[in-house]
Ligand binder design. Structure first.
Ligand code: FMN
Length: 387
């Protein structure tokens, strides 16, 4: 049974200025990457919801992400999606490690598309931070008899995150080839599901970050030591995925711009991971055909005090954009339309990525438009509430 036609939503989606000739907002102007155009530059950043069963998305994800798509956001990233079962952060992560999982992702993707938003998806391997409980079930190691895989945790090295996490095994070079293929296979499944933007998670202390950062990577082979060696595996993986991902579809990489080992966003951490090494990494990513760097930070060292506050990570985005000449996404405590607009006006990013504010206000894109005085389309079904 067809309950309504989504065609009108899609051709003139919510969040589009009603009169484009009177709109001087950058936030509410379209942006095209490769063949994909988002009708505004607001992006829902990936957010784990710990609500999948055996990696399968379900009605929760449709309702949650569908509500955001209805209310005018340009692009939406589906949460960190595991490329293999042991690469889940928690037993309830979304996954794309088997073909059966494609249909559930496709259902959500098609709904997002039908509203005129661009569906993206973030692929992840949690590495040494895997087999944990969700924050709302107690963030602790989940053991085998509880449905975890705490004896099968892999990382660049044998260093655990802390005493609350599992002791990882360092991947051998042969294992690394197998894991690389898992990333590629999962990307191909995302393509089959209709995902339009792929994002690779190389941040927050997960597997790829554990290779990049000398704070964790203590390998003595060609994948450890110098910066060139630490970049090697993430670049090999990302090259393989980019080559497999359709050329016409955009490709993002999320980075932790700094580990914050030493105080200050721009302090040096030569043998660990800092913004200066992130710049070199981003230059290499650009050569591989990566379109956008999503500039996050941290997540790899225990007990770090982050200098959190409004727009606190925007300087990373600004720096990567200027030093590398690549499009960036800024993220981190962006909660107002005016903040997003000024980030773009000051050329500090190309996309404004917002996470928690969308959990507080699923209509954040419409709220931001109102705050900026941009008169935008509302979903047809909600039009009577616009004034
Ligand atoms: C509930 C929740 C889940 C998250 N899950 C992910 C994730 O799956 N992948 C990721 O890269 N970041 C994840 N993050 C980080 C967000 O994408 C974002 O970078 C961070 O929350 C800062 O943005 P904000 O201040 O707008 O929330 C998550 C954050 C929250 C609050």
């Amino acid at each position: 049974m067809v309950l309504f036609s989504a065609a009108e939503n899609k051709s003139f989606p919510a969040g589009t200025p009603l009169d484009a000739s009177k709109n001087d907002s950058l936030l509410f102007s379209p942006i095209t990457t490769r063949s994909v155009t988002a009708h505004n530059k607001i992006v829902v950043a990936p957010m784990c919801m710990y609500s999948a069963e055996n990696g399968y998305m379900n009605d929760f994800h449709l309702a949650h992400l569908g509500a955001l798509a209805l209310k005018g956001v340009g692009s939406i990233f589906i949460e960190a999606t595991a490329v293999e079962a042991r690469g889940r952060v928690s037993p309830h992560d979304v996954g794309l490690w088997e073909d059966g999982q494609i249909a559930a992702v496709k259902k959500v993707v098609e709904f997002i598309k039908a509203q005129g938003s661009v569906p993206g998806l973030q692929l992840n391997h949690a590495g040494r931070k895997a087999s944990m409980g969700s924050p709302f079930s107690g963030y602790r190691l989940i053991l085998e008899h509880e449905g975890g895989w705490s004896q099968d945790i892999v990382s660049s090295s044998e260093l655990p995150m802390n005493e609350r996490h599992a002791n990882p095994r360092a991947l051998t070079v042969d294992d690394m080839l197998l894991v690389k293929q898992k990333w590629v296979d999962a990307a191909l499944r995302a393509d089959k599901a209709g995902v339009e933007i792929l994002q690779i998670h190389s941040a927050h202390g997960y597997l790829l970050h554990s290779f990049l950062s000398g704070n964790v990577n203590n390998r003595t082979d060609q994948y450890g030591g110098s910066l060139e060696n630490r970049l090697r595996y993430p670049l090999e993986v990302i090259k393989a995925i980019r080559d497999a991902w359709p050329a016409e579809k955009p490709f993002w990489v999320r980075i932790s711009s700094s580990d914050f080992k030493n105080d200050g966003a721009f302090s040096k951490d030569d043998h660990g991971w800092d913004i200066y090494q992130s710049i070199e990494y981003a230059k290499e990513l650009k050569k591989l055909g990566v379109d956008v760097i999503d500039c996050s930070s941290g997540g790899i060292l225990p007990d770090v005090k982050y200098p959190v506050g409004p727009l606190w990570q925007v300087p990373f985005s600004e720096t990567i954009k200027k030093e590398v000449g690549i499009a960036t996404g800024a993220v981190g405590m962006i909660t107002k339309g005016s903040e997003g607009e000024s980030i773009l006006q000051e050329n500090k990013a190309d996309f404004v990525c917002v996470a928690r504010q969308f959990l507080r206000d699923s209509g954040f894109a419409l709220t931001a438009a109102r705050e900026l005085g941009v008169s935008v389309k509302w979903p047809n079904q909600f039009e009577r509430a616009r004034q």
